[in-house]
Design a protein around this ligand. Structure first.
Ligand code: 1CP
Length: 354
C-alpha cells in the first residue's frame, strides 16, 4: 500500500473503534455536491462523469467541503452507479433527475449483457482518485470510500432510474427470485473487490449505501439484502480487519439487531429512527451514525442548533458519529451546513464537561 502523510485528525477513526473522544466527530452524507457553489462552478466546465473519471477533478471536489467546513472526514466524490457501469450497463446522468439506464434489465435473460469486470481496469480511475485525494488532503481528515449495496444497485439496474416505489425491481424479486439472487451475488462479488481495492488505494473507512433497503418487507430484506450486506462486510474485514465499515440501510427499523450481528462497525441511521431505540437494539455492538433530518437544515439557525443539541443528547457523548439521516440536498444553504457542523463541535464538547 502507498504511504501517505500522517493524520492530523483521526477523531472519526477512534470513535469508529469504540474509543472515547473529547468531541463527537461529524461529516455529512453527500457533503460534496450541488449545494456548494464551488462544485457547481466545476460542473459548468465538466460533465458529472468527467469529474468522476478525472482523479484531479474528483480530488478537488472531494476536498471542497473540507476547505469550507470543519468536518472530520472527506468522502470520495464518485457515484454508486460506477459498479453497474463496470458490469456492462450504460448509465447516463440526466440533469435534475439523476442516473438513468437507457437499457435496464427487463428480464433475467438480459443478464447475459452483464460482464464480469476486471475491477482494476474498469474502476482504476476511482482508485487513482482516492490516492490523489489522500495525498492532497495531506492528513487533514480521513478519507471515506463507498459503494452502493447489491439491492440498491439492482433497484436501479432493473428499474432504469430513480423511482418512488421501485415496482419493477420488486416485481423481479417475486417473479424471478433465483435470478434475483444470482444478480445480487454477481454484484456482491464486484463490490467486495471494489471496496478492497479502495482500501488498498487509500480509503481509510468504507460506507455501504443501501438507500432503498426500506422498500422491503422484513422477510424480503432478510432474503435479498441482509445476506449480501453480511457477505460484503465479512469478506472486506477478512482482507482489511482494521478498516471501519459503515452500513446505511435506510428505513430498516426492523433489522437493527441483525445488522449489529454483522461485521459492520457502524450503523448509519436515517432520521425516522430514535437514537435511544436504536441504542437499545444494538447495545454496545456498534457505533451509531446519524441522524438529523436533512430538512432541519432549512430551519433558521437557532432552531437548527436546537435540533442538533437534541440529537446529540439522544445519542450521548460516545459511540456516535454525527451526520444527517440522509444526504445534503441541492438547495441547502452552505451556511446552514456550517451551523450544523459547528453546533456538533460546540454541544458535543459541552456535553463532556457537564
Ligand atoms: O448534477 C450533478 O452534479 C450530479 C449530482 C450527484 C452527485 C453530487 C449525483 C447523481 N451523485 C453525486 C455524488 C455522490 N453520490 C456521492 C459523493 C459525494 C458525497 O457524498 O459528498 C455519493 C456518496 C453518492 C452516492 C449515491 N448516488 C447514492 C447513495 C446515497 C444516497 O444519497 O442515498 C445514491 C442513491 C446515488 C444515486 C444518485 N446519483 C446522483 C443522484 C441525483 C442520485 C439519486 C437519484 C435518485 O433519487 O434515485
Amino acid at each position: 500500500m502507498a504511504s501517505f502523510p500522517p493524520l492530523k485528525n483521526d477523531l472519526i477513526l477512534r470513535t469508529a473503534r469504540g474509543e472515547t473522544t473529547d468531541r463527537t466527530p461529524v461529516w455529512m452524507m453527500r457533503q460534496a455536491g450541488r449545494y456548494l457553489p464551488e462544485y457547481r462552478a466545476v460542473r459548468e466546465e465538466h460533465s458529472f462523469f468527467e469529474v468522476v473519471e478525472t482523479p484531479e477533478l474528483a480530488a478537488e471536489v472531494t476536498i471542497q467541503p473540507v476547505e469550507r467546513l470543519p468536518v472530520d472526514a472527506a468522502i470520495l466524490f464518485c457515484d454508486i452507479m460506477v459498479v453497474p457501469e463496470a458490469m456492462g450497463l450504460t448509465v447516463k446522468m440526466v440533469s435534475g433527475q439523476g442516473p438513468t439506464f437507457p437499457q435496464p434489465l427487463t428480464t433475467p435473460e438480459e443478464m447475459e449483457r452483464l460482464v464480469e469486470p476486471d475491477v482494476d481496469a474498469a474502476l482504476g480511475h476511482v482508485f487513482e482518485a482516492l490516492a490523489v485525494t489522500r495525498t492532497e488532503l495531506n492528513g487533514r481528515v480521513p478519507l471515506i470510500g463507498f459503494a452502493g449495496a447489491p439491492w440498491t444497485l439492482m433497484a436501479y439496474m432493473v428499474e432504469g432510474g430513480g423511482s418512488k416505489s421501485y415496482r419493477a425491481a420488486r416485481r423481479w424479486l417475486y417473479r424471478h427470485p433465483e435470478a434475483s439472487k444470482a444478480l445480487l451475488q454477481r454484484t456482491t462479488d464486484v463490490i467486495v473487490e471494489y471496496l478492497i481495492g479502495q482500501v488498498e488505494a487509500g480509503a481509510q473507512m468504507l460506507q455501504v449505501f443501501d438507500s432503498w433497503a426500506g422498500l422491503h418487507s422484513p422477510d424480503t430484506f432478510c432474503t435479498f439484502c441482509l445476506p449480501y450486506l453480511e457477505e460484503i462486510a465479512a469478506r472486506v474485514k477478512n482482507a482489511h480487519p482494521d478498516v471501519p465499515l459503515v452500513v446505511f440501510a435506510k428505513g430498516v427499523h426492523h433489522a437493527l439487531e441483525a445488522l449489529a450481528d454483522t461485521d459492520y462497525d457502524i450503523i448509519s441511521l436515517d432520521w425516522t429512527m430514535a437514537p435511544d431505540t436504536a441504542r437499545d437494539a444494538v447495545a454496545d455492538r456498534a457505533v451509531l451514525q446519524g441522524n438529523l433530518d436533512p430538512c432541519a437544515l432549512y430551519a433558521p439557525p437557532e432552531v437548527l442548533r436546537r435540533e442538533v443539541h437534541h440529537m446529540l443528547a439522544g445519542f450521548g457523548p460516545h459511540q456516535h458519529i454525527a451526520n444527517l439521516g440522509h444526504g445534503m440536498l441541492p438547495d441547502h444553504d452552505p451556511e446552514h451546513a456550517r451551523v450544523f457542523v459547528e453546533a456538533v463541535h460546540e454541544h458535543s464538547e459541552h456535553m463532556r464537561t457537564v
